[in-house]
Design a protein around this ligand. Structure first.
Ligand code: SF4
Ligand code: MG
Length: 322
């Protein structure tokens, strides 16, 4: 399938008094039409910075280089005016704290109407579409006349799902939208996203979560991030059957229920935390926690291609891995 979003060597840092925090530091990946890309990793690995940075860069976030090509244009380098058009129409986000994402002083209908006007549409002209969308997320029409505060947390989140997909974006980013939910609500939100994709309401989906067991239910392909860099990008099935990067193995070892085939004993309970991303130096960022670390790991590992999978680890250097 055609590549919809092509991200190359993207760098997004935070400027602080003490230097740069390299939150997204040379990340490359693509999303194809209709594909569901899972973005996984511990908190602080750069998942949300990546998602938010692709939609709207706000200080102290700073775009430091690389590109994100959508529809032939680098969306990181658009003027504010161009960006307003691209957002919602080409790329959209259901943010991590979706429950607070709506203007509390306006009724839902007004919030929708304002957004549609910015894109040359109106509530009246889109009425049928809006009602169809409300149905998908199990909200009655009466929410349109309510203020956000009158909706429960779950209803607000589903309302944001409707709003962020109103203009049928090519790429929808969902940031930790199942994390605060119980298992059955998680399942229904995933079902709703599937239905939206079936109906081609959005083209492709980037689903961000720290929870691999959720990705197992939804993702075609997974990108595992560690400390601002790509550790591995592989089809979901391969991640489960044969994780390649030592960090992917570690993430999986905390998920016995998926039924992985490799020995879990070696990696279970690796102590430690990701490194601070402030003024971080060269070398594999996982090396302090990696049971396989060797001399070479003092240098940055490039991303190796292993049968079409991507792995950033010296163990997979062609011809040199034992
Ligand atoms: Fe471990 Fe070295 Fe691979 Fe990093 S490059 S994951 S430290 S073996
Ligand atoms: Mg986050």
């Amino acid at each position: 399938a055609e590549v919809v979003l092509d991200v190359r060597d993207l760098r997004i840092y935070y400027r602080t008094l003490y230097g740069y925090v390299k939150a997204v530091d040379g990340v490359s990946f693509d999303i194809k039409r209709g594909e569901i890309l899972g973005i996984a990793g511990e908190s602080g690995c750069g998942k949300s910075t990546l998602g938010n940075g692709l939609i709207l860069l706000k200080p102290p976030m700073k775009y430091m280089g690389g590109e994100a090509i959508l529809d032939g244009k680098n969306i990181m380098a658009l003027s504010p005016k161009e960006l307003r058009k691209v957002r919602y129409e080409k790329i959209s986000i259901i943010p991590q704290y979706a429950m607070d994402a709506m203007n509390p002083t306006k009724k839902i209908k007004q919030i929708i109407d304002d957004l549609l006007h910015e894109h040359g549409e109106s509530f009246e002209r889109k009425k049928d579409v809006i009602e169809e969308r409300l149905e998908i997320v199990n909200l009655g029409k009466k929410v349109l006349n309510m203020y956000p505060i009158e909706l429960s947390g779950g209803m607000k989140q589903r309302m944001v799902m409707v709003i962020s997909t109103l203009m049928n974006p090519d790429v929808l980013i969902a940031d930790e939208i199942t994390s605060a939910l119980d298992v059955s609500s998680q399942r229904s939100v995933i079902q709703m996203l599937y239905e939206m994709r079936e109906k081609e309401i959005m083209g492709s989906l980037a689903f961000i979560t720290h929870d691999l067991s959720v990705l197992y239910q939804i993702a075609d392909k997974v990108m595992v991030l560690y400390a601002g860099r790509v550790a591995e990008i592989s089809p979901m099935e391969d991640i489960i059957q044969e994780p390649l990067h030592p960090y992917t193995k570690m993430l999986l070892s905390s998920l016995p229920k998926i039924g992985v085939r490799y020995s879990q004993t070696k990696l279970k309970g690796i102590p430690g935390y990701p490194p601070s991303l402030l003024n971080i130096g060269p070398g594999c960022r996982f090396r302090d926690r990696c049971p396989y670390a060797f001399e070479k790991c003092e240098q940055d590992p490039p991303v190796f291609d292993v049968d079409g999978r991507k792995v950033s680890c010296w163990l997979f250097e062609r011809g040199d891995a034992n």
